[in-house]
Design a binder for this molecule. Structure first.
Ligand SMILES: Cc1cc2nc3c(=O)[nH]c(=O)nc-3n(C[C@H](O)[C@H](O)[C@H](O)COP(=O)(O)OP(=O)(O)OC[C@H]3O[C@@H](n4cnc5c(N)ncnc54)[C@H](O)[C@@H]3O)c2cc1C
Ligand code: SF4
Length: 338
């Protein structure tokens, strides 16, 4: 591993100033992704600015019911928080579907959003990869790519984004709060990650030196139900082949869809908010036929590669099952807890 300098920041100002003032800086949170990539030579920072001492690990309710989850809050603390569990079970389920208990005790909110792709060619410095080394090519396209994207990929990159949490946040209409030398701004979680286009090296819309200070989760509508489902190679400790986060509100009569939010994971370079399916279902009765037709309309945009067309059927079945489950729960008035 290349030698690097280390700065332990105690305030936001200290962290951003150190990042701006020292060459090749990276923020360090739990280190579960960054340190792995440093060991492989994919990341070669000159300085690590450690965020662990910043007062950003709280989870609090704001007036109006929004939950503010600090950027360095541990994944296990977020998953276990009573207000997250009861109001936003999709987020608890997504977090618990990720990594392992030990990793979740260390991994943080900001680090989870900013973890890099698990594309094996990105992690192997001996292969061509436009994300790691812009302009070098994409080794995955003609090699093993059964785990890669079916939606929104480009000729430059076919990688998927690996975070389970990010998929739930996209469906829950969360915002990501960012702090940089130019001040604080918020970005919708669904727009935080990018499609690869011609610049796959840029995973998100974060600006150089910005810190994820919080995630803001708006209050859930009374009666709205949510869940997260993930298909993977093993029962635990595996990234999503496809996943879905869904939120359903059937309104007071429990019959017609007042609001639905659906996001897919494992299919694209970012969590994929299924706006076509959502538009078709809003105002409709969520029958099995209506749900299937809406989900199929969404997935008609997919462009499968040689080895991964299976993901389309997998995602369709996950989404149909998730929405049928939520419709039953909303109609039965079941509590929201996972
Ligand atoms: C074996 C294994 C299995 C895993 N399985 C899953 C899985 O199934 N699902 C899943 O979602 N994840 C999985 N993960 C990934 C894991 O969730 C991430 O490694 C973790 O969430 C990263 O968080 P961290 O705090 O350790 O980030 P770090 O490794 O410290 O940082 C990651 C990146 O984020 C940047 N960063 C961190 N915090 C901030 C901040 N607040 N502001 C700005 N930049 C920041 C860092 O500079 C770095 O670029 C797995 C990881 C491993 C090792
Ligand atoms: S899919 Fe993307 S991350 Fe993977 S090798 Fe190609 S360019 Fe690199």
């Amino acid at each position: 591993m290349k030698p690097f300098a280390y700065v332990r920041a105690t305030t936001l100002q200290e962290a951003t100033a150190a990042h701006a003032g020292l060459p090749g800086s990276r923020y360090l949170a739990g280190g579960t992704n960054l340190v792995d990539l440093m060991k492989r030579g994919v990341e070669r920072p000159g300085t690590l600015v450690d965020l662990a001492r910043l007062p950003l690990n709280g989870i609090e309710e704001l007036p109006g019911g929004t939950l503010r989850i600090g950027g360095t809050a541990r994944n296990s603390d977020v998953a276990a928080h009573p207000l997250v569990r009861t109001r936003h079970p999709a987020l608890t389920q997504a977090l618990l579907a990720g990594a392992s208990g030990q990793l979740r005790n260390v991994a943080t909110t900001g680090g989870n959003l900013l973890q890099r792709t698990r594309c094996p060619y990105f992690q192997d410095v001996s292969t061509a990869c436009n994300k790691r080394d812009p302009g070098s090519g994409c080794a995955a396209r003609d090699a093993v790519h059964r785990d890669h994207a079916v939606l929104g990929h480009s000729e430059h990159c076919i990688a998927t984004h690996p975070s389970d949490m990010a998929v739930a946040l996209a469906a829950l209409d969360a915002d990501v709060e960012l702090h940089g030398e130019q001040g604080t701004r918020t970005v919708p979680a669904a727009a935080f990650h990018r499609l690869p286009g011609e610049r796959p090296e840029q995973d998100t819309v974060i600006r150089h030196g910005e810190i994820v200070t919080a995630v803001l989760l708006p209050a859930a509508a009374p009666g709205a139900v949510s869940l997260y489902r993930k298909a993977r190679e093993r029962a635990s400790y595996a990234f999503a082949l496809a996943s879905v986060a869904a939120v359903l509100d059937l309104g007071p009569d429990g019959r017609l869809v007042r609001r639905v939010a659906l996001a897919f994971g494992g299919l694209a370079h970012r969590p994929w908010r299924a706006t076509t399916a959502e538009a078709r279902l809003t105002g409709a009765e969520p029958t099995a036929e209506a749900v299937r037709e809406a989900v199929e309309a969404e997935l008609a945009q997919a462009r499968p590669l040689r080895d991964n067309a299976y993901k389309i059927a997998l995602a369709r079945n996950l989404a149909c099952d998730a929405l049928a489950t939520l419709a039953r729960r909303a109609q039965d008035g079941q509590p929201r807890t996972p």
